[in-house]
Every structure is written in C-alpha cells, then in structure tokens.
Design a protein around this ligand. Structure first.
Ligand SMILES: Nc1ncnc2c1ncn2[C@@H]1O[C@H](COP(=O)(O)OP(=O)(O)OP(=O)(O)O)[C@@H](O)[C@H]1O
Ligand SMILES: [Mg+2]
Length: 268
C-alpha cells in the first residue's frame, strides 16, 4: 500500500518544572501518493512537532506513522525534509550539496553527476554548480535545498516554512517551482506555512490546526494547486473561491490567536 498514514499521533513534552505541553493530540491524516497538502495554524499548535515525527526525528508519545507498508521508527531517505533556511553545508559547493545523499549511498560519479545536473537544471541553477553556498541569494539556496532533497528520490517531501525567509517576489516564483516539481515528480508533499495565501496555492488539501492541545481544526479540499500548475499564480489568486476561502481561514486563525493571548504556555 502506498501513501502516508499518520495514525492517532499524540505528543506530550514533559518540562523540567513538572508541567507539560500537549503539543499534539490524536492527530490522524491519510495522504495518498502524489498528494500535496499544506498545514496552517497559529504559532505553537504543533506543526513542526508533527513534521518532525513524520520525518522520524522525534518519537511520538502515542500513535504511529505508517508508510509503504512499514511503521516509521527513524529518519530514512523515503522521507526528505526541506528546512526554512540554513540547512545547506556551507563548506561544500552547490553540486556537492545536491549530490550529498547519492554520494553517501556510494553511487558512482557518472550517475551522481547525471542526477545533480538534471536537478540543478530543473531548479534553474545549471550555471551555479561550482559556486559556494555563500555566493547564492536566499532564494537560490532554497532551490539548492529542494534539489538536494530530490536527489535522494524521497517518496514524501516534508517542508517546514521553506519559503518563509524569502522576499515576496522570490517567494511567488518559488511557489510556482514547488507546484511544478510536485506535478513533474509525482511526489507526496506536506508543506507548513504561516501564509494563508501560500497554503491555499500549495495545498490540494489544507489543514488548519488549533493549539493546546495541537489538533486538526478544519480541513479543506481545494482546486488552486491544480489550477496553479498551468496558470500564473496571480491569476489563480483572482480565481473563483480564492478570496472567500482566504478570508474565512484568516478569521478562523485570528480567533484562535485572540483566544491564545493571555493564556499560559503550559498546562498543569
Ligand atoms: N522539545 C520540546 N520541549 C518542550 N516543549 C516543546 C518542544 N518542542 C516543542 N515544544 C512545545 O510544543 C508546542 C508545539 O511546538 P511546535 O514547534 O511544534 O509549534 P509550531 O506550530 O511549529 O509553531 P511555529 O508556528 O511557531 O513554528 C509549543 O508549545 C512548544 O513550546
Ligand atoms: Mg514550527
């Protein structure tokens, strides 16, 4: 069975002062292969915790992640992660960053070169192979991060605010690139974002999470990611239903933020 199954995940962090945080409570999500899903929610609602559990970096207090017929017990190449920023190896050039995974697997050079050439072409960095990381802009670095993730040929790509540090124009271009890569590669994608517009554009499915305890508050099925594959994203934003859904979700998140304000960080 393909797909990714997040089954009744709960995560409780016990703090040194004796209190605890219920970061996630009974979260279940089934993703079919090739689905792109975005996750929105106020700060502290458990988005990163959930992604870290799916990646295998964190073991949940209860529940399990199932993928390709097995239970996830740790990180593996089948689940690739793209972080917000700063996750490239500064001491390696662009090509070495991209072919890091294949090199670790012991893949022969000719094959590795084919992969890094193809992926750097895809993300528009063909002429930057030998550049150092510090010579690249933030947007270029995130493209390298995407290429590096794809070089491991994961089934699922996990992205935690991957475009959060970029300026508006670069961000929009990158959103188009994420859609293109999703369509071309057929990978399953989970993308966390603080931007409602981005979540609408990059989620066939959009989950809104609520905090304390972190849980799924509402789920949408949306046509915009599919529309964005062949259309200008500005046009998609003007298309039917976009503005209404954006307003609905914004109000929802505002209400949650207001409710959180004034409440203490932890439960007794
Ligand atoms: N290692 C940890 N130890 C204790 N508490 C933690 C730990 N990691 C996360 N938390 C708590 O769990 C809750 C969820 O955190 P998480 O980082 O998953 O939120 P988030 O939704 O990603 O927030 P943001 O939007 O700000 O990135 C928060 O209250 C946080 O303080
Ligand atoms: Mg986070």
């Amino acid at each position: 069975m393909g797909g990714l199954h997040i089954e009744n995940i709960s995560m409780r962090f016990d703090l040194p002062n004796g209190s605890h945080v219920q970061a996630l409570q009974d979260v279940s999500i089934d993703l079919r292969k090739g689905e792109i899903m975005s996750i929105l929610g106020p700060s502290g609602c458990g988005k990163t915790t959930l992604l870290n559990i799916v990646a295998g970096f964190l073991a949940p207090t209860s529940g399990q992640i199932r993928m390709n017929g097995h239970v996830v017990t740790g990180p593996a190449a089948e689940r690739g992660m793209v972080f917000q920023k700063g996750a490239l190896f500064e001491w390696m050039n662009v090509r070495e960053n991209v072919d890091f995974g294949p090199r670790m697997k012991g893949m022969p050079k000719a094959e590795r070169d084919e992969i890094s050439n193809r992926l750097l072409e895809t993300v528009g960095l063909r002429d930057f192979k030998e550049k150092a990381v510090y010579e690249l802009s933030g947007g270029m670095q995130q493209r390298v991060a995407l290429a590096r993730c794809l070089a491991n040929d994961p089934d699922v790509i996990l992205m935690d605010e991957p475009l959060g540090a970029l300026d508006a124009l670069t961000r929009e271009k990158m959103q188009g690139l994420v859609l293109k890569l999703w369509k071309e590669t057929g990978k399953t994608v989970i993308l966390i974002t603080h931007s409602v517009e981005e979540a609408l554009l990059l989620g066939e499915r959009l989950l809104v999470m609520a905090p304390r305890p972190g849980r799924i508050h509402k789920e949408y099925r949306l046509p915009f990611a599919e529309r964005g594959v062949d259309n200008d994203l500005r046009e998609v934003k003007k298309s039917e239903g976009f503005a209404e859904t954006r307003e609905e979700i914004l109000s929802m998140i505002w209400e949650m933020e207001e409710e959180i304000m004034g409440r203490s960080e932890t439960a007794a």
